[in-house]
Design a protein around this ligand. Structure first.
Ligand code: ADP
Ligand code: MG
Length: 339
């Protein structure tokens, strides 16, 4: 019998990986913003056109890349962030899988401009469907600019599957909000079809929430603070009367990473027990800090779900911290903008 198994060429493997990592323009936005943060940027600019379908560009003032690294960054499993499997449980970075840029470059036209601090000149690389079509030196500021154009240009089925610009823009904004909320100390700007959508100066957490969701949000927020051996909680829940029919202002961040957790959401609902009109959901913006050893982030390619070693304890701590804050606010409302 003939042998029939073959190793897939890299560009095919990249395209398959892209199916997991890149669902829509918002996925590109998430990966590029996270890379900018991992690069130590303090100012990050997001530019999109047609809800990201024709352009997603992220410009950062982070540490940039050498010419060699710029080229390598588009290889699959190419990462500067981990060296071995143990590092997965000490993560200080958003990225670690080394597959975002390889995936994105497999299904779009990508232009990367980058320069490291101290270098006189930088590098520009253009890639189309995993093929490098140009690499030269270029005069460019320190940091990195990545433009991702014509998403899914080579996969018509995926391109046609994209939703209307309104819907795709909604997803882009969701990702932008999540990253901007996770990092209130960084400066963000966003431009959509040439006009400024957001201009978020470096601020504290309360101010960042208000800058994104509007000044009226300020009076809705009740601080939640808790510091125990296994869990630190910091952030806000909305007063019960501001609970909403939609669940779109519910944010958990674990070690500065936005995550979804039906289980922890349940803990919040339990804390609000008896305080909510039926069919409404409390708003919350909660940052949880745990030992990186006690979580596994590598259970899903988009990293929005994580596994906790001891979720029962977290549940109990979260519920009691929120309950405590709600109880306090009934006696003395806290409206201190500076906290
Ligand atoms: P990961 O983030 O998981 O390492 P990526 O494919 O997103 O994988 O990026 C690959 C590598 O390219 C990163 O590990 C990093 O070294 C480099 N890189 C990507 N984006 C930037 C950026 N904006 N600034 C500096 N380096 C970057
Ligand atoms: Mg990355």
């Amino acid at each position: 019998m003939a042998d029939i198994i073959q190793l897939l060429p890299d560009h095919v493997a990249n395209q398959i990986a892209a199916g997991e990592v890149v669902q829509r323009p918002a996925s590109v936005v998430k990966e590029l913003l996270e890379n900018a943060i991992d690069a130590g940027a303090t100012t990050i600019k997001l530019i999109i056109k047609d809800a990201g379908k024709t352009l997603v560009q992220v410009i950062d003032d982070g540490k940039g890349m050498s010419a060699t690294d710029a080229r390598l960054s588009f290889e699959r499993h190419a990462t500067s962030k981990i060296r071995n499997a143990e590092d997965l449980f000490q993560l200080q970075t958003k990225g670690f899988r080394g597959e975002a840029l390889a995936s994105i470059a497999a299904i779009a036209h990508v232009e990367l401009k980058t320069k490291q601090d101290g270098d006189d000149i930088g590098t520009v690389i253009e890639i189309e469907g995993s093929k490098v079509v140009n690499q030269e030196v270029i005069v460019t500021p320190t940091g990195t600019s990545i433009s991702v154009k014509n998403l899914f240009f080579n996969i018509p089925a995926r391109r046609n599957f994209l939703k209307s610009n309104n819907v795709e823009l909604r997803h882009v904004l969701d990702e932008f909000h999540r990253v901007a909320l996770a990092h209130p100390g960084l400066t963000f700007a966003m431009y959509n079809n040439g006009s400024e959508t957001f201009n978020l100066p470096s601020s504290n957490y309360r101010q960042r929430i208000v800058n994104i969701f509007g000044t009226r949000t300020n009076e809705k927020l009740v601080p939640v603070e808790e510091d125990t051996e296994v869990l630190k909680i910091s952030g806000f829940v909305g007063k019960p009367e501001f609970a909403k029919k939609a669940r779109n202002e519910q944010y958990f961040f674990v070690n500065d990473r936005f995550i979804k957790s039906a289980y922890l959401n349940h803990a919040i609902n339990a804390a609000f027990d008896g305080l909510l009109k039926s069919g409404t959901h409390p708003i919350y913006f909660l940052k949880l800090t745990v030992d990186p050893q006690s979580i596994d982030i590598n259970i899903h390619p988009t990293k929005t779900e994580i596994k906790f070693d001891d979720e029962h304890t977290l549940y109990a701590l979260l519920r009691s911290a929120v309950k405590h804050s709600l109880g306090q606010f009934n006696i003395a409302p806290v409206l201190d903008f500076d906290r």
